[in-house]
Design a protein around this ligand. Structure first.
Ligand code: ZN
Length: 289
C-alpha cells in the first residue's frame, strides 16, 4: 500500500535537483528483468541494496488507490519517495519500475527474521486493487495469473525460499493489511510460489486472548518469531502480539481475522512451521533469539 510508509519524511528531492536530474537522465530506461514485463516505466525512487547483493524475499502489496494509473504516477513521483519493482494491473499487464538489482522503496518500517531493512532484501510487487478503503474487490483471475507468472520468473533469478514470499502485512503487521485476506495464497502455492498449508478448521475453543500471560503466550510468540514475524517474546499477549496474530490469520487462516490465537490459528501455525522446516536445513535460516 502506497499511502504511508511509516518513515519520517526525508529532505525534499527539490533540495537535490542535480541528483534528481542524474536519475532522470541515467535511469530514463533500462532493460526489463523478465520477458513477462509489458513495458518499463522507470521510477527515480531507488538506491543500492544494503547488505544483500540480491533479493531473498518477495513482498506482495495492493496499491490501495482509486486506479492503477494513479498508483503508477505515485510510484514514479520523486516527492512521494515510494516505488516498487513491479506493478500488475487488473488485466494482467505488468510494468517494471525499478531493476531487480536495485533497492525499491515499498516496505517502509518493517521487519522479518530480525532484519528491518526489508527493502534491501526484497523485490516489491504492487498489485492494482483499491483495497479495504474502497470496498476491497476480488482480485481478477487474469491478474493473479500474471502475479504468479511474474513471481515464478523472479524465482528463477533470485535465491528466494518459498516461505520468504510474504505480504506487506506480514512485515508491517501494525501498519498494513495488504494485499489482504482475499489474496489467493493457496492458488499461488499450487504453482510453487509461497508456502501454504491447509488451515485447521475453526472451532469454538479459544485458547489465548489479549491480556493473557505466561508460558503458552511465550510459546505462541516464539513460534510466530520463528516463522519470521517481528514479535518480541514478552510472555504477555500485548497489542503487538495481537497485530501479528491478525497478520498471520490474514495470510494463512483468512476465514476469521480477529487477533485471537484460537486453536485453529495455533495448529495452522504449527503445521506451517513443520512445512517450513522441510524446505531446507535450519542453518539456511537467520537465527532468531
Ligand atoms: Zn503495501
Amino acid at each position: 500500500m502506497l499511502l504511508n510508509d511509516g518513515v519520517t519524511p526525508r529532505p525534499s528531492a527539490r533540495r537535490f535537483p542535480l541528483r534528481f536530474l542524474f536519475y532522470v537522465c541515467v535511469m530514463s530506461d533500462f532493460p526489463p528483468d523478465s520477458s513477462v514485463v509489458e513495458r518499463v516505466v522507470p521510477s527515480p525512487n531507488h538506491s543500492e541494496r544494503q547488505g544483500f547483493a540480491r533479493a531473498d524475499m518477495i513482498v506482495l502489496h495492493y496499491t490501495g488507490m482509486a486506479s492503477g494509473d494513479a498508483a503508477l504516477q505515485r510510484l514514479c513521483d520523486p516527492e512521494a519517495k515510494v516505488s516498487s519493482h513491479y506493478l500488475v494491473y487488473e488485466n494482467g499487464s505488468i510494468v517494471q519500475l525499478v531493476p531487480e538489482a536495485r533497492r525499491a522503496q515499498h516496505a517502509g518500517v518493517s521487519s522479518w527474521e530480525g532484519v528491518t531493512d526489508i527493502n534491501s532484501r526484497s523485490i516489491g510487487i504492487e498489485i492494482v486493487n483499491p483495497g479495504h478503503d474502497f470496498n476491497y474487490p476480488e482480485f481478477p483471475r487474469r491478474q493473479i495469473a500474471a502475479v504468479t507468472t511474474l513471481c515464478r520468473s523472479i524465482l528463477t533469478r533470485n535465491p528466494i525460499r518459498r516461505d520468504r514470499v510474504v505480504a506487506h502485512s506480514d512485515v508491517a503487521p501494525s501498519r498494513k493489511q495488504d494485499p489482504g485476506e482475499k489474496f489467493p495464497w493457496r492458488l499461488l502455492s499450487e504453482s510453487g510460489v509461497g508456502l501454504w498449508v491447509e488451515p485447521e478448521p475453526i472451532s469454538d475453543w479459544l485458547s489465548l486472548i489479549p491480556g493473557d500471560t505466561g508460558d503458552t503466550v511465550a510459546e505462541l510468540q516464539t513460534a510466530l518469531a520463528s516463522y519470521g514475524y517481528g514479535v518480541p517474546v514478552t510472555r504477555e499477549y500485548d497489542d503487538v502480539t495481537k497485530d501479528v496474530v491478525k497478520a498471520f490469520q490474514r495470510h494463512f487462516r483468512p476465514a476469521q481475522i480477529d487477533g485471537m490465537a484460537d486453536s485453529s490459528t495455533r495448529e495452522t501455525l504449527r503445521r506451517l512451521l513443520e512445512a517450513r522446516d522441510k524446505l531446507s536445513p535450519p542453518a539456511d535460516r537467520p537465527t532468531t533469539s
